[in-house]
Design a binder for this molecule. Structure first.
Ligand SMILES: NC(=O)c1ccc[n+]([C@@H]2O[C@H](COP(=O)([O-])OP(=O)(O)OC[C@H]3O[C@@H](n4cnc5c(N)ncnc54)[C@H](OP(=O)(O)O)[C@@H]3O)[C@@H](O)[C@H]2O)c1
Length: 319
């Protein structure tokens, strides 16, 4: 296998940790650009990995770092913005990708692996999904001769340190008897973080993946209330889940939008109006049999978790 020099943006996040570790295991030289280098020293113990302090909005910095690379992986993304007008989403998902593409052009990098999201579309109801679609378009249509991007659209991703399963686990521990669930019938096909990371890393050298968009899902579709019941059962809780109707779901989103850390927002509510399920099975190109939720979640979630507030705090810190 060719040794690559890879710059990873968003490499300090949940998916980023798995991607960076996998790249290091394959002997690639990895540079992660982070706005808060000091918080991510854990990555430095990986062979061939360096974490560079910098803001990904700085095109000059990106171009300088990309000059030392032949491949860029872009995993930057946010689920909620600080304001309410879509500017934060546009910055993280659209302007950022424009900067990445410009820096690729300046530095001569020809390979970009980009993380989008399932359901992203110009016509989607949420800022999150619309801006994700625009960013993906920029990545795939750079106009740079000989430039090859590949985009990955995944459903919700699970694994130790995820923000989805851990978020609900934290909330369930705060409300263990009765739980009011918005958008309870929304459909998901959760996919394991290691399967996502494997697909991204495998695609790097595979010319067949150039210009492609891959949907990444796990083997089973669930409604949100089924997932929350499953999480409660894993925690040893016998929680009564109350499915809120559309109006109450909207009201809950409106109210929680103003809670610090935004446990749920109007934009999340709008995203949940679109099913997050794949049109076909895990792409054959990667030779991966996707892991089931049931085979992984019990390894990091269980009644033995001692600090009942830890999941919520962990998730709130990341939002
Ligand atoms: N997790 C999921 O279930 C899921 C599902 C579908 C798609 N995705 C997509 O997969 C990608 C990775 O997700 P993740 O769960 O790993 O996210 P994450 O844990 O929140 O990590 C994202 C990383 O991006 C960087 N970042 C965040 N906001 C930024 C901003 N405004 N400007 C620049 N950098 C910023 C951060 O790095 P620094 O703070 O170190 O700079 C952070 O470590 C994202 O594009 C996300 O939209 C995730």
């Amino acid at each position: 296998m060719t040794q690559h020099h890879v710059t990873v943006l968003g490499g300090t996040g949940f998916v980023g940790h798995s991607v960076v570790r996998r790249l290091a295991e394959h002997g690639h030289v990895v540079r992660v650009i982070s706005r808060r280098r000091e918080r991510h020293r854990d990555l430095l113990v990986l062979p061939g990995v360096d974490v560079v302090q910098g803001d990904p909005r700085d095109v000059a910095l990106l171009a300088r770092e990309f000059e030392k690379s032949d491949t860029v992986v872009n995993l930057v993304g946010i689920l909620n913005e600080r304001g309410h007008r879509g500017k934060g989403f546009a910055d993280a998902h659209v302007h950022h990708v424009a900067h990445v593409v410009e820096a690729c052009k300046k530095s001569g990098v020809k390979r970009l692996l980009h993380m989008c999201a399932l359901g992203a579309s110009e016509w989607a109801p949420s800022h999150y999904l619309r801006t994700k679609a625009r960013g993906e378009y920029l990545a795939l249509h750079s106009g740079i001769p000989g430039f090859h991007a590949t985009s990955f659209r995944s459903s919700v991703i699970f694994g130790p340190h995820d923000s989805f399963i851990n978020r609900f686990a934290g909330l369930l521990k705060l409300s263990p008897w009765v739980f009011a669930l918005a958008c309870a019938d929304s459909r998901f096909q959760p996919v394991y973080v290691e399967d996502v990371a494997a697909a991204i890393v495998t695609s790097m050298d595979d010319r067949y993946t150039y210009g492609q968009v891959y949907e990444l899902c796990g083997p089973r579709t669930y409604q949100l209330h089924e997932l929350v019941s499953y999480i409660a059962a894993q925690l040893g809780l016998n929680t009564r889940i109350i499915k809120l109707n559309k109006q109450l779901s909207w009201l809950q989103a409106m109210a929680l939008e103003f809670v610090p850390g935004k446990p749920f927002s109007l934009d999340n509510y709008k995203s949940l109006q679109v099913d997050s399920v794949c049109s076909r099975g895990f792409p054959k190109d990667f030779g991966i049999t996707p892991a089931t939720l049931e085979s992984v979640v019990p390894t990091y979630l269980g009644p033995s978790v001692s600090d009942s507030y830890s999941g919520f705090r962990h998730w709130a810190r990341r939002s």
